[in-house]
Ligand binder design. Structure first.
Ligand SMILES: *Cc1c(COP(=O)(O)O)cnc(C)c1O
Length: 397
C-alpha cells in the first residue's frame, strides 16, 4: 500500500535514524542543499540586486503560494507564502474582524496551538473594542456557534492528540451563524488531501516546515477565498502588499488579490529552499499519501498496543477523525522519548505526558514502524528511560 508514495531516495535521512517527527520539522530533501548552495552563489553572489527581477525573487512568494495551493485544494492566485504562521494568524483574524464590525467574539478551542490563541488575544487587546476570546472544548465547537461570533479560528488537526475537526461541516455551521471561518492547516498541508475551495472557508493559514519539508523557519502561507480577494483588508500594510510598491506612494493602496497579504521583503534563501522542497510532491497524489498514512498509523497503534502496554492511545481510534500523527500517554513520556531519540527513533514530547509520532509515508514504511516499536518495547520493558541522562529537559521538547 505504501509502495506508491514512498520516496526515501528524495530525502537526506541520517543513517540509523527512524524519523517520526516530520509533523514538527520535515527532513531535508536531497535536492535542496545543492540547489540552495547554487542559488546563493549564482543569484545572490552574481546577480546581486538584479536577482529581484532576473531570478524572479519578487514574484516567488506568489509562485510558491500556488505550489502550496495545489496541495490544499486552493485555486491559483489564492495563496501567498511569507512571514511566519503566527503572523499569518494575526493577518487572517484582523481581516475577519474588519468584516464583522458588530460582532465581538472570536471562537476557538482548547486544543488549539497556543501561539494561535496568543496572537488572537494580542490582536483583540490591541483593537480594544470589547472583543473577547471564547475557548471551548474541541467537541463543543459545532454547538457553540452564535450570532455574536465574528470569527471561528480553529486548527484542523490538534497538535497534541491528532484529533481532526470536520472542516466542511464546521465551516458550514460557522457561516450559517454569519461568522467568518479561519482554518489553520499547520498539521494538514502535506499530511492528507485538503479541499479548501470545497470547504468554502474565508481564510486559511499554515506553515511549511512540518509536512511540507521547507526547513526550519520556512515561510508560512495564507489563503484568502477568491470572493474576498479584493475586499479583505490587510491590517499589516507592508509595502510589498501595496498595489505598486515601487511608486513609493505615501498612501497605502492594497494590491489586487492575495498579493495584499504580503508584508515586507521575503526571506529569499529560505523561500528558495521551500520552492525546491515542494518539488518532492511532483507526481504524488495526496489521497495515496493518506491511504499509506492510515495503514502505517494503524500498524503503529496495533504494534504499540500489543507490545508496549505501558502506553495508552491519546489519539482518536477512528482513523477518519485523526490527522497524520499518533500520540500516546505515558507518565514518564519525556524521559522515554529521550531514550528513544538516543537510540535513533526520533519522535517528540508534548507536556504533560504525550509522546508524539508523526507518520509520513514519503519517507517511512512498514519496516520502519516495526523497527521503531521494537526499540520502544525494549526501552519500556527494561525501563532504560530511568537513566539520569534522560531526565533533564532541553529548551525545545
Ligand atoms: C506549528 C504551529 C504553529 C507555529 O507557528 P510559527 O509562527 O511558525 O512558530 C502555529 N500554529 C499551529 C497550529 C502549529 O501547529
Amino acid at each position: 500500500m505504501t509502495g506508491h508514495v514512498t520516496r526515501k531516495h528524495l530525502f537526506e535521512l541520517p543513517e540509523g535514524v527512524i524519523y517520526l517527527d516530520g509533523n514538527s520539522l520535515g527532513p531535508l530533501p536531497t535536492s535542496v542543499s545543492e540547489y540552495v548552495g547554487r542559488m546563493v552563489v549564482d543569484e545572490w553572489g552574481q546577480m546581486l540586486i538584479r536577482g529581484w527581477n532576473n531570478a524572479g525573487w519578487f514574484t516567488q512568494p506568489g509562485r510558491v503560494g500556488d505550489m502550496i495551493g495545489r496541495l490544499i485544494g486552493a485555486p491559483a492566485g489564492s495563496v501567498m507564502a511569507g512571514d511566519t504562521l503566527s503572523i499569518k494568524v494575526f493577518q487572517a483574524l484582523a481581516a475577519a474582524l474588519q468584516m464583522k464590525p458588530g460582532r465581538k467574539v472570536v471562537l476557538t478551542d482548547s486544543g488549539n496551538f497556543p501561539t494561535d490563541v496568543y496572537m488572537a488575544q494580542g490582536l483583540l487587546d490591541l483593537v480594544d473594542q470589547g472583543h473577547r476570546l471564547r475557548i471551548v472544548a474541541p467537541e463543543e465547537v459545532a454547538e457553540s456557534m452564535g450570532d455574536d461570533i465574528a470569527a471561528v479560528l480553529l486548527t484542523e488537526v490538534d497538535y497534541r492528540t491528532g484529533r481532526r475537526h470536520e472542516m466542511a461541516e464546521i465551516t458550514r455551521a460557522a457561516q450559517a451563524a454569519g461568522s467568518v471561518m479561519i482554518w489553520d492547516l499547520a498539521h494538514s498541508a502535506g499530511a492528507f488531501p485538503v479541499d479548501l475551495a470545497g470547504s468554502g472557508c474565508e481564510f486559511a493559514v499554515g506553515c511549511t516546515y512540518k509536512y511540507l519539508n521547507g526547513g526550519p523557519g520556512a515561510p508560512a502561507f495564507i489563503y484568502v477565498h477568491p470572493d474576498l480577494a479584493e475586499k479583505a483588508r490587510p491590517a499589516l500594510q507592508g509595502w510589498m502588499g501595496h498595489n505598486s510598491p515601487f511608486a513609493f506612494d505615501i498612501d497605502y493602496q492594497p494590491a489586487g488579490g492575495v498579493e495584499r497579504m504580503r508584508v515586507g521583503t521575503p526571506p529569499v534563501i529560505q523561500m528558495s529552499a521551500l520552492e525546491k522542497a515542494l518539488s518532492v510532491w511532483d507526481g504524488v497524489t495526496l489521497s495515496d499519501v493518506r491511504t499509506a498514512s492510515i495503514a502505517l498509523m494503524e500498524q503503529l497503534i496495533a504494534e504499540v498496543e500489543a507490545r508496549c502496554p505501558q502506553l495508552t492511545l491519546a489519539s482518536p481510534r477512528d482513523t477518519q477523525r485523526r490527522g497524520s500523527h499518533v500520540s500516546f500517554r505515558f507518565k514518564d513520556g519525556y524521559a522515554a522519548m529521550q531514550a528513544l531519540i538516543d537510540r535513533g527513533v526520533i519522535g517528540d514530547f508534548r507536556a504533560p505526558d504525550i509522546m508524539r509520532f508523526g507518520v509520513t509515508p514519503l519517507y517511512l514504511d512498514a519496516a520502519d514502524i516495526t523497527a521503531a516499536v521494537d526499540i520502544m518495547a525494549e526501552i519500556l520493558s527494561t525501563e532504560a528511560w530511568r537513566d539520569e541522562k534522560y531526565q533533564a529537559r532541553g529548551a525545545v521538547t
